[in-house]
Ligand binder design. Sequence first.
Ligand SMILES: Nc1ncnc2c1ncn2[C@@H]1O[C@H](COP(=O)(O)OP(=O)(O)OP(=O)(O)O)[C@@H](O)[C@H]1O
Ligand SMILES: [Mg+2]
Length: 171
Amino acid sequence: MDSSFLTESEIESINLWISKMEQKKIVDSDTKMKTISEAENTLALNYKRIGFGNNRIVYDLNNGFVLKVAISESGIQSNETEFNTYQNCPLILRVHLCPVEELGNGWIIMEKALNIVPDNEEYQHKVSGLQNKFLKSGIKANDMRIRNLRLSNDGKIIVIDYGAFKYTKRK
Ligand SMILES: Nc1ncnc2c1ncn2[C@@H]1O[C@H](COP(=O)(O)OP(=O)(O)OP(=O)(O)O)[C@@H](O)[C@H]1O
Ligand SMILES: [Mg+2]
């Protein structure tokens, strides 16, 4: 697979990690930090880690984009969901989704978004409003926690982790 963002050898490293992960079936007794450090060692990428969650490790590509690599089976699913949701989402809601540029085997490239959403009532209200808008379009916007959201430069709420979004009706 060709990527505009990653080299062939970077993609090979990711493939190696994903196959390791799938074979190992990361067990519950493994701590998240153990999985993260195993992933980082296998990936051996020349990028700085900018974040991680339960399902993905995220690297800063230093060009305005991030690379998200799965560290669990759900992470693979989340990457696919983000790619597909971004492609299929109605345009008026898409402005609230952090753009996904590429999808590969267990990874995606997404725009980098850094402005944190304030943890206050005003924004909690805005977030519920946004969830309702998604629902009206048949999308259940799950997991809209502050850590999964950012603000655009013009103050719009942007979802950076929409891997748990679900379509409520068939399109
Ligand atoms: N587009 C982005 N721009 C900047 N930082 C990001 C971006 N996407 C993710 N991050 C950072 O990486 C962290 C983990 O990413 P993400 O939430 O997508 O992973 P996850 O494993 O699906 O999370 P969760 O534990 O919520 O399921 C985020 O909380 C954030 O700090
Ligand atoms: Mg998250």
